[in-house]
Structures are given as C-alpha cells and as structure tokens.
Ligand binder design. Structure first.
Ligand SMILES: *Cc1c(COP(=O)(O)O)cnc(C)c1O
Length: 382
C-alpha cells in the first residue's frame, strides 16, 4: 500500500506548460478556499468534579465538509498537486466510505476533477448521498477489503490518481506550520489559565491527526503529551502496547472514523505518549452526556476522546495537579441520527445508554469512578 504512484510520463513541451498552468490554478483555487474559511472553535467543557483541570474541545465539525477530514483532504490534494500526481483529465479515487470521501468530493469539485469513492456495497445510502451531494460518484464492491485493490485498478485504468489516505495522511500535512490543527490549538489556548495543555487527546483512524499534533509539540518544544484513544474492534491499542504492526482483525469498529482492523502506515506510535482503550458503550453514552452539557450533538469518536480526557482529568486531580486538556471534537452528531442517536439502532446492538450516561455524569460532576476498567498503555500519570 505504501507504493508511490507511478511517475506521470513526460509530456511534450507545449502540453507540459499547459499542465503546469492547470496545476497552478488548482493550487491557487485551494489556497483561496482556505483563505475564505474561518478557523474552527475551541469550546470549554465544564468538569465540576476536577476543578483544577480545564477541558476544551477543538471543534472540527465546523469545517465546510463537517469533519476533521476537511484538513486531511486539503492536505492530500495539495500534496498530490505539488508532487505532479494529478492531471486535468484524470479522476481522483479513494477507498473510503466515510468522511474522507465527502471532503475529497468537495475538493475535487472545487478544482474541476471527477471523484470516485470506492466503497463496500453495504455502505449506507446517507453516506452515498453525502458524497453525491458534492458531485462525487460511488463505485461499489462486494467484499469490504477489496476496496484498496479496486481503487488502484480504477486509477490505473482511468489514468486517475488513487489518493490512498491511509498511506499519505501522516506525510501530506504540513506539521510545522500553515495553521495545522496543532498550531491552531496552541494559538487559541494563549489566553487560558493553563495555555500549554498537559494533554492533547485524539483517536486514530488514519493516525494522521495524532502524527501532526505529536510532531508539532516536539518541534515547538512543549511539555504537552499526546494521548491516543482507541475503540473496541481496533488493533491500534494492542499494536502500541506490543509493538506488533502485523496485527489483524476480522471485525470493524462501531465508532465511525476511528479504530482499524489493521495497523495503517500513517499510525505513528513514536509520537504517542499513552493510549487508552475505551469501551464502545462509554463512547456512545459520552456523546449523550456532551449533548446535555453543550446543547449539541457530536459523533462517536468525540465520545471516545471525552472518556479518555475524563480519565486523564481524574488522574491529574488525584495527583493534586492543575492544568488543561484539549480533546478533538471530530465531527457532528447530525451525521449519526440514524445510529448513535437512534433508540432502535442502539437496542439492536445491545447498547443501554441510560445507566452509562448516569455514570458519566456522576464521574464528571461528582467525582464518582467510571464503571469501566479502562486499559491503558504508556504513562497516563503526569
Ligand atoms: C478520521 C476520523 C478520526 C481520526 O482522524 P485521523 O487523523 O484519521 O486519525 C476521528 N473521527 C472521525 C469522525 C474521523 O472521520
């Protein structure tokens, strides 16, 4: 999977100049879109039981395409354009059934390229219509793991480009600057009581966001540590704890966007200081809790991050420390009205929200311990 695309064959002189001016127009169009966009917010979340610890959520749902994948898609397009991998007449292809395809469809349309998402036939009609809303096409395959080879085949046969988010996420993003997610967080924290967070908490799908945050922290010599959270049905936690990158699972994560059945090449354990494994029921009840304190819905992976942050806040509080924690709000819950916020969907999967929700409230507001044993790896004490 980590094979670089074949070099684009050299063009005749006139064509090369025409191609370069198309590339330049596309880069300027993406930069102008960025220039028109505002930064995403940093939202404080009250944690009454741990008064010395301030929690903030970095709200990535406020991007034009509704998730942190907007940043990834912009980076992947600029990386591909500046590497000379895109052409005016070739489609952009990605094996994704989720937020990445939605954001890539947006950027493809912005620069006038066709976009094809290669997805399993089981993908929900809501997702297909979100991709089609931005002008993308979907190419459905029978077997879920056939999406990768099918994306490569389509790219070869159409003269298009396979973006391959799981390989390129960690390297496409400009981690030193350019208002990447980490730089934005540290700028927005400047006026807070504890401007340098003790922890940044982020769950992993590609691993790209965690890589950007971890590298930026080292580059700017901050003491902040990175805690990655992981849902059930994912190999990241075990791979981090054991160092074994060959781990595989047959089942997929129920928390959309995070947790993978294989260790993706963009997952960088070397910049992660600790990991916490979060039970799915805790992630899901957490987004119901967040709705009650924020007045808005978040996606499941935000719940995973909130539980990780709550655990760290309690650990800091118990050690008599004060400080701040920033967790990523990855996408909005409006995308999951038919799943995480649907009583039928939850009941069909055996998720009982009410007692779990009460337990999270008792923990965040009254200092009761969480009823789940959270497995941790690395050092979660500060
Ligand atoms: C992709 C994704 C993440 C994780 O981000 P990565 O940078 O890919 O690790 C978290 N939540 C949601 C909803 C996502 O789509």
């Amino acid at each position: 999977m980590s094979r670089a695309p074949d070099p684009v064959p050299p063009r005749r002189a006139g064509l090369a100049a025409k191609h370069r001016s198309w590339e330049a127009r596309a880069v300027r169009t993406i930069e102008a879109d960025f220039n028109r966009s505002a930064d995403t917010h940093l939202i404080p979340v009250p944690l009454p039981a741990t008064p010395g610890v301030q929690l903030y959520l970095k709200d990535e749902s406020s991007h034009p395409t509704g998730s942190l994948k907007h940043r990834l898609a912009r980076s992947l397009f600029l990386y591909a354009l500046c590497n000379g991998w895109l052409r005016e007449d070739g489609p952009v292809i990605e094996a994704s059934s989720g937020s990445t395809a939605v954001s890539e469809a947006y950027f493809s349309r912005l620069i006038g390229l066709p976009f094809i998402a290669v997805m399993p036939r089981s993908t929900s009609p809501e997702k297909i219509s979100a991709i089609e809303f931005y002008g993308g096409r979907t190419h459905l395959v029978e077997l879920p793991h056939a999406v990768y080879s099918e994306a490569e085949r389509l790219a070869r046969e159409t003269g298009g480009h396979n973006m391959d988010q799981f390989t390129y996420a960690e390297r496409a993003t400009d981690w030193r600057s350019n208002n990447n997610i980490a730089e934005s967080i540290f700028l927005q924290m400047a006026e807070e009581p504890h401007p340098v967070p003790t922890w940044v908490v982020c769950s992993c799908g590609t691993g790209g966001t965690t890589a950007t945050i971890g590298r930026f922290i080292r580059y700017r010599c901050f003491d902040t540590r990175v805690c990655a959270t992981d849902p059930e049905n994912s190999v990241f936690f075990d791979a981090y704890a054991s160092g074994d990158r060959s781990l595989r699972l047959e089942t997929g994560s129920k928390i959309e966007g995070v947790g993978r059945p294989r260790v993706e090449s963009s997952f960088m354990p070397s910049v992660i200081d600790a990991m916490i494994k979060v039970p799915d029921i805790a992630s899901l009840a957490a987004i119901w809790y967040l709705e009650s304190v924020l007045g808005r819905r978040c996606g499941g992976s935000t719940g995973t991050n909130f539980i990780g942050a709550l655990h760290l806040a309690r650990t800091m509080h118990a050690a008599g420390e004060s400080g701040s924690i920033v967790a990523i709000l990855c996408d909005s819950g409006e995308r999951y009205l038919g799943s995480y916020y649907s009583d039928e969907w939850l009941a069909a999967r055996g998720f009982v929200i009410e007692p779990a929700l009460r337990a999270i409230r008792a923990c965040a507001e009254h200092g009761a311990p969480l009823p789940w044993e959270l497995a941790t790896a690395g050092d979660c004490t500060s």
